[in-house]
Ligand binder design. Structure first.
Ligand SMILES: [Zn+2]
Length: 287
């Protein structure tokens, strides 16, 4: 099984996770810029974080034969902090980078006027830089937050097929399908979406324009839940080709719209031998 995790926060994960992911078939991933938990108080903290997303993490992933791409944005939560607003001016520098494949995560956290403004400004950046957009939906009052996100996407003029609305569930999937946007699902170890529930959604709505991710981060999460979902699909009677479409070809089709995925290189990564973990001295030396 070859897997492209379209949403995972490796900054928060250990090197053991990279090793387990590689062994499970993860050959590529997208790491969206997000809220790190500890509030950032200056723009410099964002610059250092963005640098690590386009520099250090791709290097760390490459030790395990995994291709690492990033999405860059001011996240919805910190859009509310006036000290972080200047981050918007920092974004163009990063949106020009080769391995930045979308603007994200953008969208709503508490649905404030500040979030409205920053969301719209960043959709405009996605259009200006000809990049797809990754939209996070709020964990509270998800149905309303999703409807409002779709309205803002429509108003921005960005082509809906270049937008993924993420963290969906049974309640929000239908409105996103109707909008023409891609539907993203984060699979969690407990609460929210689980592999069996994901399989039911795929049965009902099909595999087109569907993205399944682990969204693993600093909270309770599991970077192998993409693999578990693929196995649950097979058990439920989906074909190997269906699994390959959802877990590999769909992320490539969506993020490939950036023009920045090297397909030949990705196919090579997927076809290559299982990575070995010898000679990994640099990562062992880290502290
Ligand atoms: Zn995320």
């Amino acid at each position: 099984m070859r897997i492209f995790d379209p949403h995972i926060h490796m900054t928060s994960r250990t090197t053991d996770d990279y090793e387990r992911m590689a062994a499970a078939g993860v050959r590529a991933l997208v790491e969206p810029a997000f809220w790190l938990g500890q509030p950032r108080t200056s723009v410099g903290s964002f610059a250092d974080y963005f640098d690590s997303l386009v520099g250090w993490e791709p290097f760390r992933a490459s030790q395990f034969g995994i291709r690492h791409f990033a999405t860059i944005a001011l996240n919805p939560k910190e859009a509310n902090d006036p000290r972080c607003r200047e981050v918007l001016e920092l974004l163009p520098r990063y949106l020009d980078k080769d391995n930045v494949v979308a603007v994200g995560e953008i969208g709503y956290d508490s649905t404030t006027p500040e979030e409205d403004e920053v969301f719209a400004a960043q959709l405009a950046l996605a259009i200006a830089y000809d990049l797809p957009a990754l939209v996070h939906t709020p964990h509270r009052d998800k149905a309303r937050g999703t409807a409002r996100s779709i309205a803002v996407v429509t108003e921005s003029g960005i082509e809906p097929g270049r937008v993924v609305i993420d963290h969906l569930n049974e309640v929000t999937v239908e409105q996103v399908r109707d909008s023409g946007c891609w539907a993203g699902f984060s699979i969690y170890p407990d609460t929210k979406m689980s592999p069996p529930r994901m399989v039911e959604i795929l049965r009902k709505y099909g595999t087109e324009r569907m993205l399944v991710n682990s969204a693993a981060d600093w909270g309770r999460s599991d970077p192998l839940l993409t693999r578990t979902t693929g196995e649950a699909m097979l058990e439920a009677g989906f074909s190997d080709d269906d699994v390959d479409r959802v877990l590999w070809r769909n992320p490539i089709e969506f993020y490939g719209q950036s023009g920045r995925l090297d397909l030949a290189e990705l196919e090579g990564a997927a076809a290559g031998p299982e990575p070995t973990f010898e000679g990994n001295s640099i990562l062992r030396g880290g502290s």
